[in-house]
Design a protein around this ligand. Sequence first.
Ligand SMILES: [Zn+2]
Ligand SMILES: [Zn+2]
Length: 153
Amino acid sequence: MQPGSRTATPELSAEVWLRTKGLRVTPQRRLVLDRMLQQIGRHWTADELHEALRAQLSELARGTVYNILAELTRVGLVEELPGREGSASYGVHLTPHHHFYCDGCRRWFDVTPVGLGALALSPDDRARFDVQAVAVVFHGRCAECAPHGAPHR
Ligand SMILES: [Zn+2]
Ligand SMILES: [Zn+2]
């Protein structure tokens, strides 16, 4: 079984993940992935990441961060989601998960929905489409943006 599947161990270091995916370990790649692994479940724009990492590596160019995110997405370590003002959001994607999008702060959150096993296309649709994957997006307000504090559970 390959990393990223069910047995994935997010605790693995950035270096090990890069090697496993056949990417050469460079200080820049390690820095970007390291930072993302520190906060699994957070989704960043390239600019946010660039801003956060510049303190550690002042010569890190914005374009380099974009390129690295594209590479990490290509090998499946990172997912790309539509983001604010047309800029994509990136999060680590080591285990299967779905998303909640807050319409208030426009941030993505990883969620684990229940009841997905019962989700299927109608027989009509199944005749037309071959389903390869299911991606569920919940919309609403996160606890910080909910008008009356945290939503009830
Ligand atoms: Zn919010
Ligand atoms: Zn995610």
